[in-house]
Design a protein around this ligand. Structure first.
Ligand SMILES: Nc1ncnc2c1ncn2[C@@H]1O[C@H](COP(=O)(O)OP(=O)(O)OP(=O)(O)O)[C@@H](O)[C@H]1O
Ligand SMILES: [Mg+2]
Length: 380
């Protein structure tokens, strides 16, 4: 943020910073995440795959953008949103071409030089284009050259796939990523996506047939802001846009929006647009947030309806023991199920951060999700 004091007035260079609704690109616009950044930089020295997970709107994309800008290594980010359902090789290669052309200027000429003699790659000035329509482009050779280039420079090359869950259908790209992390020791793959999408669909969390199943990865989880942080984030954000909401309204927003950075940001941005703040704005976003959180866990139901039974049950009752969860499923299905099956369901829900274990009692972690499920239960 750029702040100027001229003639006794404070002037802000960008008009909204914390409350900019786009994913953040600069460290100064990113609130906190210091510990996560430290973990990320540390993992770059030894991990070949870093997975950034988190529920929707927790700031995964913003975190990766900032972490890569700050890491000091050449990097590229492939945005997987908007890919067709079954993306072709050409679709992915086009994204790669787009991402390569956005490499920081500081590295661009060296990078272009490294790829100069690769078959299927043409260089026009500083622009890289792939002959993606032909079979000639050899991705393996491209990555081998990049690995060699950064190796000489004693650097690493970081390639990030944002919203990886959009790669559905033919998953040849997963085998290719497995090849990159197994073969090129100077290339680090960073993957982000919403919890359910990344861990279940993409990493094949429970599917041994997935090409990446069982690969070692370092996981960084984006969590919601604590109540104290959320209040501080809002206070600082409102200062930046020169609005002063009451303390009572801030506390209401903190409680209803549950510390989810994306919803706090949208709330602030809407107040900025309206040039005032109200409880109605908070309510509007809390309900929208509930729907989005519910849509996200809906994906689990495609794996097993039992996830629906457990989450609906917990949303109604608040918290429950392992045995209470087991009997809720048994009552619903009118038959007994194995202890192993119950433990696996609970373990998976805990691992993806949807439920937490509070001294032997399980509860839905997010009150926004709880609200969404109460408003509309999942199919069972
Ligand atoms: N630490 C932060 N500081 C300031 N703003 C943040 C922070 N984290 C997230 N935001 C804001 O919250 C919103 C959501 O962030 P972002 O898109 O990075 O989240 P995401 O987890 O990638 O979301 P999605 O699940 O939709 O992909 C954006 O408006 C972003 O600017
Ligand atoms: Mg994102």
């Amino acid at each position: 943020m750029k702040v100027f004091c001229i003639g006794g007035y404070t002037w802000y260079w960008w008009l909204y910073l914390y409350f900019d609704p786009r994913p953040k690109m600069n460290k100064e616009d990113l609130y906190d995440r210091e510990k996560e950044l430290e973990k990320f930089f540390d993992a770059l020295s030894y991990a070949s795959m870093i997975v950034v997970t988190g529920l929707r709107r927790t700031g995964k994309t913003s975190f990766v953008n900032v972490a890569l800008v700050e890491c000091g290594y050449p990097f590229t980010i492939l945005d997987m949103r908007g890919l067709p359902f079954n993306p072709s090789r050409a679709d992915i290669i086009r994204r790669l071409e787009l991402a390569f052309n956005q490499i920081d200027r500081k590295w661009l000429s060296d990078f272009v030089e490294a790829l100069k003699h690769v078959k299927g790659v043409s260089i026009l000035g500083a622009e890289i284009s792939f002959e993606w329509s032909k079979k000639e482009l050899d991705l393996t050779e491209i990555f081998a050259k990049i690995d060699h280039w950064v190796g000489i420079k004693k650097k690493k090359f970081v390639i990030a796939f944002d919203e990886i869950q959009f790669i559905r259908g033919n998953k040849w790209i997963l085998s290719f990523i497995a090849h990159v992390i197994d073969t090129y020791h100077n290339i680090i793959v960073v993957i982000t996506g919403s919890e359910v999408g990344v861990l279940f669909d993409f990493l094949g969390f429970n599917q041994p047939s997935s090409p990446l199943y069982g690969r070692h990865f370092f996981q960084i989880q984006m969590t919601n802001f604590s109540a104290e942080m959320a209040k501080d984030f809002l206070t600082e954000g409102f200062k930046q846009i020169q609005i002063k909401p009451s303390d009572e309204l801030l506390l209401y927003a903190v409680q209803e929006l549950d510390g989810v950075p994306g919803w706090l940001t949208l709330f602030g941005a809407r107040c900025r647009d309206k040039k005032s703040c109200s409880k109605e704005i908070v309510d509007e976003f809390a309900s929208e947030a509930g729907k989005l959180a519910r849509d996200e866990v809906m994906k689990l139901v495609a794996y097993s309806r039992r996830y629906g039974i457990i989450l609906n049950f917990l949303s109604k009752i608040g918290e429950a023991t392992w045995s209470e969860i087991k009997s809720a499923i048994e009552v619903k299905e009118a038959r007994s199920i194995t202890n192993h099956a119950v433990s696996t369901l609970i373990k998976n829900l805990t691992k993806i951060g949807v439920i937490i274990d509070r001294n032997g009692k399980y509860a839905i972690k997010d009150s926004i999700l709880k609200r969404g499920l109460r408003e509309e239960p999942l199919p069972e």
